[in-house]
Design a protein around this ligand. Structure first.
Ligand code: PHE
Length: 385
């Protein structure tokens, strides 16, 4: 038992040699051709959304180690070649080209941020290399083509979940929105929220915007404060959300902030501090889930990384496992066979829920609503599609 764990660790070190610098690739090198199945990974290991890439990678790595320890796939071991895109879409596109042309990968795992997945997907599609996004939720990502999949729900659902939660659970009748107009994710989620919130009878009193580079949100927040909303929907990524929360409290705004999966990072608490307390977000998974599947996953992840897995890690793990399962069912890494096997995924028992790929190559799965409490996320409720 001990030896095999040690071996697995050694293998991992071999497979996933460090690579965080621009353009560097990770590969073990020197192994005879054909002895492994090579899978590409593109993520943000540095930059504004670094925890997205790091957590996702840890999930993918854990899945890969477990698979290899259990004998690998089709008689081969799986090797992950990863590239850091620094949170930039141009880098994500470059990495995708390299993975396909240089490393001849059988499939690609990534990205997290929808805008970056949208930069990668046309390249994967035109080369007919299956791509599985762990957690990009913008609907347009998988619409790019029949080789593009995801193992998460999409924003029309996530937005509706939070709109209903605001109106029905929080009884907020007036909400303001503060969206990142540079991110497809944020724009799509803000629109989805608006549509459902109006339908159920709520009023959007203000719809303000910012972009990723902004650090001062006081003008938008001052405009919002004047309208006295009962909640503010901020469907952004954690770095900006943390700052927005602080500045909102500095301006005396007491209304809770609401958001989506983009808030999911331990950095949210570091940046936002007390200001994020009492806010709510929708997400893919909660570590409070008592099921054996989830609790065992948490235990194994904690042993490997000394942390409780966040939603990104869980989605990364599931994306890799769904891909491995499809390769197994396809019996080969032939692109078309693998594509068909991914499309046929049914009720795969993921740690983030049962995964069935629908006819649009999306996963239909429940969402959880979490509350920011005592410097962490606590489970509030689950909502099914
Ligand atoms: N859903 C976000 C997007 O599409 C990415 C994300 C997923 C961020 C999960 C955090 C957690 O851009």
């Amino acid at each position: 038992m001990k030896t095999s764990r040690f071996l697995a660790v050694l293998l991992t070190i071999g497979f996933v040699l460090g690579c965080t610098k621009k353009g560097d690739q990770t590969t073990e090198g020197g192994k005879p051709a054909g002895s492994s199945i090579v899978i590409g990974e593109v993520g943000s290991f540095t930059g504004d959304t670094a925890t997205f890439g790091i957590s996702t990678h840890q999930g993918i790595e854990l899945a890969t180690n477990e698979l290899n320890k259990a004998g690998g796939l089709l008689g081969k071991i799986v090797e992950i070649v990863k590239y850091d895109n620094q949170g930039k879409e141009e880098e994500a596109a470059t990495a995708t080209n390299r993975l396909i042309n240089q490393h001849k990968v059988a499939a690609i795992l990534g990205e997290v941020a929808s805008r970056r997945s949208k930069a990668m997907a046309p390249i994967a599609q035109s080369n007919k290399v299956p791509m599985v996004s762990p957690s990009s939720t913008n609907p347009e990502v998988t619409a790019i083509g029949d080789y593009i999949f995801r193992v998460c729900f999409i924003d029309p659902f996530q937005g509706a979940v939070m709109a209903r939660f605001a109106f029905e659970n929080l009884k907020a009748k007036k909400v303001a929105i503060l969206r990142d107009v540079g991110q497809d994710y944020s724009v799509g989620l803000a629109d989805a929220f608006t549509e459902t919130y109006k339908k159920v009878g709520g009023e959007i009193v203000s719809d303000q915007s910012y972009t990723e580079k902004d650090v001062d949100f006081k003008a938008q927040l001052t405009a919002i404060r004047g309208l006295n909303p009962e909640a503010i929907f901020v469907p952004g990524y954690y770095t900006q959300v943390g700052l927005i929360a602080r500045q909102a409290r500095e301006l005396g705004i007491k209304a809770p902030l609401l958001g989506g999966d983009g808030w999911d990072s331990p950095k949210l608490f570091e940046i936002g501090g007390k200001a994020v307390e009492g806010s709510y977000l929708s997400n893919h998974y909660s570590p409070d889930d008592k099921s054996e599947l989830v609790q065992n996953f948490i235990k194994r992840y904690k042993e490997a990384y000394g942390q409780i897995p966040d939603g990104l890690a869980a989605q990364g793990y599931d994306a890799a496992m769904v891909l491995f399962d499809a390769i197994k069912r396809a019996g080969s890494t032939d692109a078309k066979a693998l594509r068909d096997a991914l499309a046929a995924t049914k009720e795969y028992p993921g740690v983030t829920g049962k995964i069935t790929i629908d006819d649009k190559r999306n996963a239909s799965k429940p969402a959880v609503v979490l509350k920011v409490e005592n410097g962490g996320f606590s489970y509030v409720t689950s909502i099914s599609p």
